[in-house]
Design a protein around this ligand. Structure first.
Ligand code: GLV
Ligand code: MN
Ligand code: MN
Length: 413
């Protein structure tokens, strides 16, 4: 059967694309999309989402952890719920589809159900998670971890680069730091997330959508390197304890370790230098390491090797390295029933159901601790993501929405 969408499904995809475009205007920075957790733009985006829910007759609210949640009741009030959603925070200078696609697709599904008055034995809950990217504070997935009953309370005390304490920002946003750790979503029977692929596989296979089998685990480390600041002109090379030269050496060693193993990736994505002046030998450097792998044991071994490598470089260069873990998420194998349900929905659209793993992290891996969970991927141009060049076609947008809608309509508890 050739891939085919109905007129109505194509039109729904076009409406979703238009809404994604409109939603991208909620940014903390002029001229580019940056919407960090609990920022003013995040608040405005949450309010728009709540407003769209209200237009569909759904009462939405900001929960204690800063997620936007809404519930579409089933035939019986208070029935167990199928949960749908993704995140609405972004990286800096982001694309407009990462996370936002799944959050707005979830809304589009319940809008259509509400418009048709279609109700099931289960309720449908939609969630726009707030904290998936982990850019503003050194923590991530706090929204989905809250709903999974696994909230990292210690995150509430962290300060962002401007010194804003996360708990205070959460309160100002409309959340409740005192309750964030006790909002486990007890009534959820399953969770599904539609998301752009953020990789090149679907494009290479010539497929608009695919079904996710598993999500790689991740570890994030925060490294401090203490050397000795000094005069850039007066200190001979052999008498320096240059923290930046040591950190650069460490970054190359991390790259080398990751390259030695298939499927393992490691990234030094942020580096801050003190005092950051042309004529001063750097005295202190702070940087992040992000390590991912499909296998938790292999990830743990790589992290141990990286830590040992940092120690060795620090000793050799006469600097001190302190290493802290800021995030740890085990790999998640998607629920087989959900994989089968998505495969069926994809096939019903005349698309061959390709099964593929996710290299990127997702709220699904946190919610997977609560209930069976799974994901649907939508092709994105060149596999490019975390970049304003992120791009999807209206037709692929429609395929993703149609598959999600069909999954929801066929879902049985
Ligand atoms: C989220 O985008 C992540 O995988 O870091
Ligand atoms: Mn994402
Ligand atoms: Mn992302």
């Amino acid at each position: 059967m050739p891939a085919a969408l109905s007129e109505a499904e194509l039109a729904a995809g076009a409406r979703l694309m238009a809404r994604l475009d409109a939603f991208a205007a909620f940014s903390d920075e002029e001229g580019r999309l940056t919407r960090l957790f609990l920022s003013d733009a995040h608040r405005r985006a949450a309010e728009a989402y709540i407003g769209w829910c209200a237009e569909a007759g759904l009462e939405a609210r900001i929960d204690a952890a800063g997620n936007v949640v809404a519930r579409y009741e089933g035939k019986m009030l208070g029935a167990p719920a199928l949960m749908l959603g993704s995140h609405i925070d972004t990286v800096r200078d982001a694309g407009r589809y990462d996370g936002n696609y799944g959050a707005l697709a979830a809304l589009a599904v319940v809008e259509a159900l509400a418009a048709a008055g279609e109700r099931f034995d289960h309720a449908v809950e939609i969630v726009a998670f707030g904290d998936e990217e982990g850019v503003r504070w050194r923590t991530t997935l706090t929204g989905s971890r809250a709903l999974a009953g696994n909230y990292p309370r210690e995150a509430l005390h962290q300060k962002d680069a401007a010194g804003v304490v996360m708990g205070d920002a959460l309160k100002a946003f409309g959340g409740d730091p005192d309750r964030a750790a006790s909002i486990r979503a007890g009534g959820a029977v399953a969770f599904v997330e539609a998301h752009i692929e953020q990789g090149p596989v679907l494009e290479a296979e010539g497929l608009p959508i695919g079904v996710v089998t598993a999500i790689n685990g991740a570890t994030r480390l925060e490294i401090g390197v203490d050397g000795l600041a000094g005069h850039a002109g007066a200190t001979p090379m052999n008498l320096r304890r240059d923290a930046l030269a040591a950190a650069a050496d460490m970054a190359l060693a991390i790259e080398k370790r990751a390259r030695a193993e298939a499927d393992l990736v490691a990234t030094v994505g942020r580096m801050e230098v003190w005092p950051n002046a042309a004529n001063v030998i750097p005295g202190h450097v702070q940087f992040s390491i992000d390590v991912r792998a499909p296998d938790d044991k292999r990830r743990a071994t790589a992290v141990a090797d990286i830590r040992a490598g940092l120690e060795a470089i620090a000793a050799q260069r006469g600097v001190r390295a302190t290493v802290g873990t800021t995030h740890e998420a085990d790999a998640y194998v998607c629920d087989p029933r959900i994989v089968a349900g998505f495969s069926h929905a994809v096939e019903s659209l005349g698309v061959s159901p390709l099964l593929l793993p996710s290299g990127a992290g997702h709220d699904t891996m946190a919610i997977g601790r609560l209930c069976p969970a799974g994901m649907l991927f939508v092709r994105c141009k060149g596999g490019v993501s975390h970049n304003p060049l992120e791009s999807i076609t209206t037709e692929d947008c429609a395929f993703g929405l149609a598959a999600l809608s069909r999954f929801v309509r066929n879902f049985e508890i």
